[in-house]
Design a protein. Structure first.
Length: 473
């Protein structure tokens, strides 16, 4: 998001926070969140994609909201929320024709027949769920597979090019220009994780009662739409239901957080971006000292960029009474790799821990012939981190980056278990705690920083060469 967009949405959030009527504030928040899906969608060369991607985000959200809607809840509430979301979709389509040429050009809608057909999908879901409530479970399974399938396509370069080429052919565009960056779908990764969280918790019987309006506001919440954090539905809705009008303390804290985020992103991170390690620079620079400087710059640029956006999201949400969870907590000052991942992109790590690592460990340890704890931990940590790597993109570089951290976590886990007795005796010495703490911070920071080589260089062979040159090879 650009500075102007951030300031505009912060101003809108401040205006919502001033509303005294809680129901009016919740309604306005739902409408603004749905509209922001369109307004924040980046332009894409694919014809109509700038309109269809946001519309599909809303359709998927409505489908999930209808699936998890409590059976005893009156349908009129769901109809009201669905009507407001449909009105946003239609309004965006009409604006394209009412505004001067060039305004909202990227949101050009398709033929109205296709738009009506898209709105009919949730309507068919309503008819199905009203007539056969038991169909919700298999419909939920279909949506889970659909979300995962879309995610795989968006994160795979070859599949993205194939879909782009097919899209271009259908819309009469040149297929020779198909590119993976054509499929730029704003915030889909975060939307998918929120929707999967809701569906998986609903199937497990852990999800509290959510109305469609509450569910849609949670999934499409505009401060966290593009860069997280990934809040939990039950915590978010608790804030949504009780959020009072903004107080002066809330406004000051929100302003401080937004300003901090802007400085992190647009002053520090953007300045560091000019000297970070990247493929072209890695080819031209051979001196180890310069490579280290570029790698350090990338390490801090990534942190300040991502945590800056998180600060903006948390501050903007505070203006409307929502306290989003923290996503970064001094990660580069942590004494070991486990503590680092408990402090870096924490909501993503918590999501994977809850829905991948913990279930996998329980399965391996509860089999008729249980796996030994070290073997189960090894498979769990390696699988967890490889999946987190693939979340960033389906490529060998991200697989290696994930394996780098998975192996690092396992080695640290086993080392900690082996040295627990000896370490307690050493750490009791007055000189030991500061020394061990500083050593742990330096070791963890450099392990993570060296791992970024695999993250930022898409060619594993080039990444291996850079790692060799960093150490004089």
């Amino acid at each position: 998001m650009a500075i102007l967009s951030i300031l505009v949405f912060a101003g809108l959030a401040f205006g919502l926070g001033l509303l005294r009527a809680p129901s009016g504030r919740r309604t306005a928040l739902l409408v603004l969140s749905a509209a922001s899906v369109y307004l924040l969608q980046p332009a894409t060369p694919l014809r109509y994609a700038g309109f269809w991607f946001p519309t599909l985000s809303i359709i998927l959200t409505v489908l999930v909201g209808l699936i998890v809607r409590p059976r005893e809840a009156p349908w009129r509430q769901a109809f009201a929320a669905a009507g407001m979301l449909a009105a946003v979709v239609v309004a965006v389509g009409l604006l394209h024709f009412l505004l001067p040429p060039g305004w909202l050009a990227s949101l050009r809608p398709p033929a109205w027949g296709a738009l009506v057909a898209a709105i009919a999908v949730p309507a068919l879901a309503v008819a199905l769920l009203r007539g056969r409530p038991e169909s919700a479970r298999w419909l939920a399974a279909i949506v889970v597979l659909l979300l995962v399938g879309i995610f795989v396509v968006l994160k795979s370069e070859s599949l993205s090019v194939g879909v782009s080429s097919a899209w271009r052919q259908l819309s009469g565009q040149s297929t020779d220009l198909a590119s993976p960056i054509d499929l730029t779908w704003l915030g889909f990764s975060y939307l998918a994780f929120r929707l999967l969280h809701v569906l998986l918790d609903w199937r497990a019987g852990r999800l509290p009662a959510l109305g469609l309006g509450e569910m849609a506001t949670y999934a499409l919440f505009f401060p966290a739409l593009s860069a997280g954090p990934i809040d939990r539905a039950e915590r978010f809705v608790e804030d949504l239901r009780r959020a009072p009008a903004i107080t002066p303390d809330d406004a000051r804290e929100a302003g401080r957080r937004i300003l901090l985020g802007l400085v992190k992103k647009f002053v520090v991170a953007d300045s560091l971006a000019m000297i970070v390690l990247q493929p072209l620079g890695a080819e031209r620079v051979t001196a180890g000292g310069w490579l280290w400087m570029m790698l350090y710059a990338f390490s801090f640029q990534l942190y300040f960029d991502f945590s800056g956006y998180t600060d903006v999201a948390i501050g903007t949400a505070r203006l409307v009474g929502i306290r989003l969870p923290e996503n970064f907590r001094r990660p580069y000052l942590q004494p070991n790799l486990t503590a680092f991942w408990n402090s870096w992109h924490m909501t993503l790590t918590d999501w994977f821990r809850a829905y991948v690592f913990n279930p996998l460990i329980r399965y391996l340890r509860s089999r008729p012939r249980p796996w030994p704890a070290p073997a189960a931990i090894f498979v769990g940590q390696l699988g967890l981190m490889v999946l987190i790597g693939l979340w960033h993109g389906i490529s060998w570089s991200f697989v290696i980056w994930g394996a780098w951290h998975g192996l690092g976590l396992f080695i640290q886990n086993r080392w900690s278990a082996w040295t627990r007795t000896v370490g307690s005796r050493i750490s009791s010495q007055p000189w030991a705690a500061p020394l061990l703490g500083a050593g742990g911070v330096l070791l963890t920071f450099h392990f993570v920083t060296l791992g970024w080589v695999w993250f930022t260089l898409p060619d594993p062979a080039q990444a291996a060469q850079v790692l060799g040159r960093l150490f004089g090879g």
